[in-house]
Design a protein. Structure first.
Length: 86
């Protein structure tokens, strides 16, 4: 997932006149995603020792679950809908 997917959602909401509260919430989520991705090493090349892929290399089930959740988040953000809580 790329951060500009969130940026595109923000721009769509802003252009359609959504309120400040919603835009502020989206900004908060963008910030949270940036922090998580940075701390987890989600955007680093998988061969780097500090990447998320590298750290999960011996936990294929967890790696799969994280990948699925990020893919669902990507789809939901692209649609402009909140992800389901599981």
């Amino acid at each position: 997932m790329h951060i500009h997917t969130f940026d595109q959602l923000y721009e769509r909401l802003e252009s359609t006149g959504h309120g400040h509260d919603l835009l502020s919430s989206v900004e908060d989520e963008i910030g949270r995603f940036r922090v998580w991705a940075g701390q987890a090493g989600a955007h680093m090349h998988q061969s780097r020792r500090d990447s998320l892929d590298y750290r999960l290399r011996e936990a294929p089930r967890v790696h799969s679950q994280v990948s699925e959740l990020v893919e669902e988040l990507q789809e939901d953000v692209e649609k402009g809908t909140p992800p389901e809580v599981k």
